[in-house]
Every structure is written in structure tokens, then in C-alpha cells.
Design a protein around this ligand. Structure first.
Ligand code: GDP
Length: 219
């Protein structure tokens, strides 16, 4: 996987770009053509996925605007500055209905994941207060099978004491390390107080297409 070196300024510039809704796909033929490198966000419902996407791009209503509870689940695409496609995958339900929901999610997401050449990484969101559930383990297995690189991103870090957060990071790190497709770095974030948002921006900016305007020859 090609990761460019980026510094915090590069990442800030990228995430200061306009981010616009491109498409909401319910079926494979509605998927937009893969023109840009893509990063997809997955996690259980209520994990804080919309909040995190909105915090990353500094746009409060973006991910929520296309999210209607109970509506048909869609794969939503957002173009960030013409350099990176952010892809919002459907949430996969609560623990009580874990396996059935994971199967449903797998069906929905499978068409997206299968052969999506520009998919660079899945951010697998885990609620720091809850830790890993069976449905998350199932998802990690699916991503191993699909050979899709994923990075665990903890959400709602503001809800934990520093010591508890360290303990969760460590236990998730050990669990994720058992999966071949797991990226070794775990990022703890909070959409509420901004913890980890810069770090995640840097990790994602490394996967974006280069900023052409910075390399074009001066007139
Ligand atoms: P989604 O279903 O995964 O898109 O989750 P949402 O972004 O809609 O968030 C679900 C709930 O978690 C909402 O009540 C949010 O206010 C809350 N939430 C989201 N992010 C954070 C966070 O960083 N910290 C805390 N404390 N709560 C959060």
C-alpha cells in the first residue's frame, strides 16, 4: 500500500477543502465510478460514525443529512477536495441482534467491498465505552477474508478516564493484531472534544491523491 508522507499542515489543508455529497448507493450499479482513493467508515449503529465524519471535515450536517433512521441503508459517498472519497457504510446494528445484522451489513457492504480497486482503508469504528462486540469481531473476519485493510478507530474517548482509555486501546490492539488485515495503529477519537481528530486526518491524508496544485510548475 502506497502511503505518502504527510505533515499536519498537509492534512489540515486537505480537510479544509470543501466536502460534498456525491451519491447514496443502494445497489451495485448505483456505486459511483471509483475515480479517487477511497476510505470507508464502518461500525455498529450509534458508534458515532456520522459525528466523526462531520468532525473530520468540519461540517456539522454532512453525514447526518443523508441519514434517515429506518430508511433503506445506503453506501454514501463524499468527495473531499477532489483528492479523497469518504465512504459512509451502513451501521451494523446492536449487539443483541449482532449476527443477523452483521449478515445484513455484509450483504449490503459486500457489493461495495468486492473489487473496489480504489478502496485504500476501512476505518472500523469502536465505541471506547463499549469495546469490541461479537459483531465487530465478525466484521474484522470478513475484512480479513475480503483482504481489505482496516484501522480501528475508537470513538467517544471523552467518556473515559485516561487510564481506562489506555486499557481499552491495549485490549483492542491485542484483539485487532490477530487479524491479518488490521493496521497496527489504533486511533482514539472524540467528536465532542476533538481528541485524535488531527491524528486521524493525518492518517487519512496519507492515503489521498497528491495535491496537484502544490506540484504544478510556477508560471
Ligand atoms: P452513528 O449512528 O454511528 O452515525 O452515530 P452518531 O454520530 O449519530 O452518534 C450517536 C450518538 O453518540 C449521539 O447521541 C452522539 O451525540 C453520540 N456521540 C457521537 N460522537 C461522540 C463523542 O465523540 N463523544 C460522546 N460523548 N458522544 C458522542
Amino acid at each position: 500500500m502506497n502511503e505518502r508522507r504527510v505533515d499536519a499542515d498537509d492534512a489540515r489543508r486537505l480537510f479544509a477543502q470543501a466536502c460534498s455529497f456525491v451519491a447514496a448507493a443502494v445497489e451495485p450499479k448505483a456505486l459511483p465510478p471509483p475515480t479517487l482513493p477511497e476510505v470507508a467508515f464502518a461500525g455498529r449503529s450509534n458508534v458515532g460514525k456520522s459525528s466523526l465524519i462531520n468532525a473530520l471535515v468540519g461540517h456539522k450536517g454532512l453525514a447526518r443529512a443523508s441519514k434517515t433512521p429506518g430508511a433503506t441503508k445506503t453506501v454514501n459517498f463524499f468527495d473531499l477536495g477532489g483528492r479523497l472519497m469518504l465512504v459512509d457504510l451502513p451501521g451494523y446494528g446492536y449487539a443483541q441482534v449482532g449476527r443477523a445484522r452483521v449478515r445484513e451489513w455484509t450483504r449490503l457492504a459486500h457489493d461495495y467491498l468486492r473489487g473496489r480497486q480504489k478502496l485504500r482503508r476501512i476505518c472500523l469504528l469502536i465505541d471506547a465505552r463499549v469495546g469490541l462486540k461479537d459483531s465487530d469481531e465478525e466484521t474484522m473476519k470478513r475484512l480479513d477474508e475480503a483482504a481489505v485493510s482496516f484501522q480501528v478507530v475508537l470513538t467517544k474517548a471523552d467518556e473515559l478516564s485516561p487510564a481506562d482509555l489506555v486499557a481499552v486501546i491495549e485490549s483492542v490492539r491485542v484483539a485487532a493484531a490477530k487479524h491479518v488485515a488490521a493496521h497496527p495503529e489504533i486511533i482514539a477519537t472524540s467528536s465532542h472534544d476533538g481528541t485524535g481528530i488531527e491524528g486521524l486526518r493525518c492518517a487519512l491524508a496519507a492515503l489521498a491523491a497528491p495535491d496537484q496544485s502544490r506540484y504544478s510548475p510556477r508560471p
